[in-house]
Write a protein that binds this ligand. Sequence first.
Ligand code: F6R
Length: 607
Amino acid sequence: MCGIVGYVGTRQATPLLVGGLRKLEYRGYDSAGVAVWNDGVTRVVRCRGKLANLEEKLLKEPAPGTTGIGHTRWATHGRPSDENAHPHRSGSITVVHNGIIENHLALRQELVAAGAKFTSETDTEIFAHLIDRAMTAGAADLTTAVRGVLARVHGAFAIVVLNEKDPTTMVAAKNSSPLVVGLGEGETFVASDVTAILAETRKVLFIEEGELVTVTAKGAVITDFEGRPRQREPKTITWSALQAEKGGFKHYMLKEIHEQPRSVADTLVGRIGAEQDDVSLDGVNLDVASIRRIIFVACGTSYHSSLVGEFLIESLARIPVEVDLASEFRYRDPIIGPGDLVVAISQSGETLDTMEAVREAKKKGAKILAISNVLESSIPRLADYAFYTHAGPEIGVASTKAFTTQLVALTLLAIHLGRRTKKLSSERARELLGELLQLPNKMRDVVESGAQLQAIARRYGHAEGFLFLGRGTQYPIALEGALKLKEISYIHAEGYAAGEMKHGPIALIDEDLPVVVLAPRGTHYEKVISNLAEVRARQGKVIAVATRGDSNIGNSADDVILIPDSAPELQPILTVLPLQLLSYYVADFKGTDIDQPRNLAKSVTVE
Ligand code: F6R
C-alpha cells in the first residue's frame, strides 16, 4: 500500500508532489522519491525513510520542472532502501507504482535474459524496462506502450509513467489499487487518493478498474485496457481535508475495517501455485520434515490469530502446535530446542515481549519464522524466516485488517505445511485455496452490513458488560471480539469457550448481559445452539452470528447477524468482521476516542 502522485502543468512540480506525498504518508513511509522533468532531462531524487529525508535531500539536490511523479513506499518486494525507493527508471521511462505484480519474477527473468540491467529488488522495475523497450521498439506513443505492457502483467497496481522524450503527457493505469485524477486550470494531478490533491483542486475523476488514463495539462482521456473510450463526469469533492484522509469514514478504524477485502486479496497475491493446490511462502524454505513441534508466541490480537493458527496447522498438517503469550513464554524457561519452529506473529514487528520471546527461543536453538505486516521490522530481522501480510499501514490502534490478514497468512502456512507432511490432499488444498480466493467478495458483503450492527450497538451500548462465546476456531474469535470491545468502548467484556460457560461465567447471565454467540454452520453448531439456549433460559440477551440460510437460529436469538457460508477453516475471517463493527459502533455511540483509545499505544515497545 504505497502512495503515488503526478503533476503536469505550469507550476513547479516538486513542492506540489511533496505536498501530495505528505498527505499520502499514511499509506507507507519506508522510502520516498520524485522524478521531475526539466530541460530534456528527468531528474530522480529518492531515499530511504520518511518523506522528511527526501525533503532534506531535495534541499541539496533540487528538482526544478513543471512535470513530475512522486511516491511514498510501503515495502512489499525488496527491503526499504535507497535502491528500492521509487521512482524506478529504465532509459527514458520513469515509473511509480502502488500494488503487487504477481508475475514479476517470470518477467524479470525474461528481461534479464534479453540484457536488461536491474538496479532494485522491486517488482515495479519491470514496468520501467518493459515500457522503455516498447517505446524503443516503435510504439506509437506512451499510451500505446503502456497498454501493451499492461496486457502482460498480472496483479494489483496503480502506476504513473513519465517519458523523458515527451514531458507534456503522463500515463496512469489502475487495476485494483486506487487512482484519482484532479483537474485544475491548465494543470492536472494524479494521486492514490483525493487527500493528496485536495489543497489544489476539488474537481476529480475517479479512475475505475481496468482503466488507463492519458494525462496532459489540459485534462485526462480515459480508456479501458483495450483502448475503448470511457466517459466520466468530474465530481466535486466536498469533504474536509481530515475527512478525506480517512477516506470519508469517520475514523481510521472504520476505514480499515472496510479495507479488509483488499488487504486479504493483497495477502494472497502471488502465493497460490499455478495448479491452485499448493502455496509458496515467498522464498521461505522451511525444512518441514525436521519440524517436531510448532510454538506460536505473540501478544494481544496477534495472540488470538495464533490460536486460530493452532487449529489450522494441527488439522491440515497434523504437526503438534502450542501457543503462548510472548510475555509468559519468555519468563518461564520454556523447554524448546532444535526441531521446534517458533512462529512469532506481530503486526508491527516491534513488540518488545514478542521480540524477547524470539531471542529466548533462538538462544535455545529453535528456528524462528516471523509473520509480520512491516517489512524489515525488528522481529522479522531477528528471525530465520519472514513471511509478510500485506495489510498496509494500520493506523487505528485497535487491530482489524492486520488480524484478518494474519489469519490468511496462517491458512497459507497451514496449507503449505499440510502439502509437505502429505496430510493435506491436493483436492482439499484446491478447495480451500478456491474458497480463499472468494473470501474478499464475501468479506465485502459482511463489512457492508454496518447499518444492522449500528442498530444493535445502539440497543446494547448502555450495557455494563458483554460476554462473547465460541467453540473451536470461533473461541479465539470470541476472545478477539471481547478485546476489541474492551479496548475502544471501555466496556468490560469476556471471551469464553462456549463449553466452559457452565463452569463459571453462567453466573453472570441476567437480562442486562448481552451475549454474542458465534454459531456459524459446522461441527460445533449443535453444541453452540445448546449453549445459546442456556443463556436464553437465564434471560440473557443473545446476539448470534450465524450462516446465511440458517432458518433455525432466529428462534433462539434476539438478534441474528448472517454471514456468507465458507469452509470451516476460513469462517473466523468472516465471523470477526461483525464483531469489529459491533465494537466500533458501540464505541462511537459512547463517543470514545476510537482511533487512540486511552492508555494504549499502537506498538508496545516496552515491557
Ligand atoms: C489490539 C491490538 C494489540 C496488538 C498487540 C500486539 O487491537 O492491536 O493487542 O495486537 O499489542 O501487537 P503486534 O501485533 O504489533 O505485535
